[in-house]
Design a protein around this ligand. Structure first.
Ligand code: 5GP
Ligand code: ZN
Length: 120
């Protein structure tokens, strides 16, 4: 893959060239609401450094990935998901074309909130 990420959609969002509804930001991560939510709560967690997908993640990236996963439930609560176990949320990382990945900058989907179409 090219090392020029100037046209990458999520790099543009990280750089502020495309606006987003921000949920959280730190030195390494940006979290923002998905523009086409699939659930009442739906936000995306992206590393600021461009990584194409989960398939390109290296062992050295494990602390970053771990931090993203550990942060997901905290931000889900902050954004209105009810607590585990009655509430909770779904965490999805689409990887590659057959994995449903459309934006090739690693991102973690976090989805939750009351969904009447789910039983239980
Ligand atoms: P993927 O299919 O690659 O896992 O998910 C990409 C996600 O990015 C989709 O859920 C889509 O709605 C979201 N998305 C695409 N373009 C934009 C955008 O310009 N802004 C925001 N906030 N989300 C976007
Ligand atoms: Zn990127």
């Amino acid at each position: 893959m090219s090392s020029d990420h100037s046209s990458c959609l999520f790099c543009k969002i990280v750089r502020g060239e495309i606006p987003s509804r921000k949920v959280y930001e730190d030195d390494e991560l940006l979290v923002f609401h998905d523009i086409h939510p699939w659930a009442p709560v739906h936000f995306l967690m992206v590393p600021k450094r461009h990584i194409d997908s989960l398939a390109q993640v290296q062992e050295a990236d494990a602390p970053l990935l771990g931090r993203m996963l550990a942060l997901a439930p905290k931000l889900a609560l902050q954004e209105g998901c009810r607590p585990y176990p009655q509430g909770g949320h779904r965490v999805v990382i689409n990887t590659g074309a057959e994995g449903g990945q459309e934006v090739h900058h690693l991102h973690v989907h976090v989805m939750g909130g009351p969904r009447p179409w789910l039983k239980g």
